[in-house]
Design a protein around this ligand. Sequence first.
Ligand code: SF4
Ligand code: SF4
Length: 368
Amino acid sequence: MFLKDAGATRASLGLPGPAGRCSPGLDQALRRMQDACTRCGACQKYCAFLQEYGTPGEMMDIHDFSRPESQKLAFECSLCNLCRAVCPEKLNPGGLFLSIRREAAGSGHVDFSPYKAILGYERKGSSPLFSCYALPAGCDTVFFPGCTLPGTRPKTTWKLFEHLKKRIPHLGVVLDCCHKPSHDLGRQAHFESMFNRILDNLTGNNVQKVLTACPNCHKMFSRYGFRFEVKTVYEVIDPGDLPVFIPGNREVTVHDPCPMREETHVRASVRNLLDAMGVSVTEMTHWGKKALCCGEGGSVGFVRPDLARKWGLLRQKESGDRTILTYCAGCAGFLGRTAPTFTLPTSCFHRRRPSPAPSRWSGPLLPI
Ligand code: SF4
Ligand code: SF4
């Protein structure tokens, strides 16, 4: 239950506004959200987090986001940005919750122990044991597959590299972690230092173009790697040079990962590639700009697995009995728990037919 005019009530009671003692930038953003949000509820329709806590405007009325107990709420937002895509006022609640996460992390208000697994994964991804910069002479373009694709599908990753190499003979490959988990947990200083290390390494080796396979890496490179031309492999794969596929179920529905919400051309490239492969696509109700999160976003599953699961269940419901095809290995891991799910690279390079969809998916967590 939320107070209709709680902002005025807090003021009349002499309580601080939503910003309390926040940094000036966040203070301004919180107050803008409180003023500009009409409490229309459009962003709440599918978001269990906002259904639980109220519209962004109502949250600003009720909480003082300079306080650790209120800042904690921002870690239950999946940072999927669906709210931004549907907001008639063009507000960006997801962006605001990320800013609150940064403020909380920067003030030392966050207990990161629940995220031990994901931060350990990130550390391993950039460790000397798992990272590698294989840059042949004359290399100006690198394939950056990220952590999850090579970690879960090493053979597919290698086939993808070989495929790309036919078109780009001096192609290099970089295995490293883009540190998006730290970015999303608000550990901005740590993220920047680790990501800049990658950028400096590439710049020092005269690399000019980065080909990404993971939508999360793509978002980090597009946003922070302004020195480079950044493209996804899905825009480069040549469908005429892929293995011949076995006949059978060739209908899928495509799950667009949240970081691709604004990347119209990438989403179109994925569909063009599937079309060229003879795979027909039936879209879910929410796709493209308005796609629903798989549940992995914002590392919410580490603190509110129930909220993360709700996104996955919505996706399962929308996909019906169709096989889901996605182009994010992380999304495939989450969606694969409840519905038959394949990644696009897997479908490109393996002669495996998508399984007929069971009424309840009981297959492996990650097909292939
Ligand atoms: S859709 Fe926009 S205006 Fe409507 S409640 Fe959400 S943030 Fe506020
Ligand atoms: S970013 Fe996603 S999870 Fe967060 S408030 Fe918006 S719709 Fe909800």
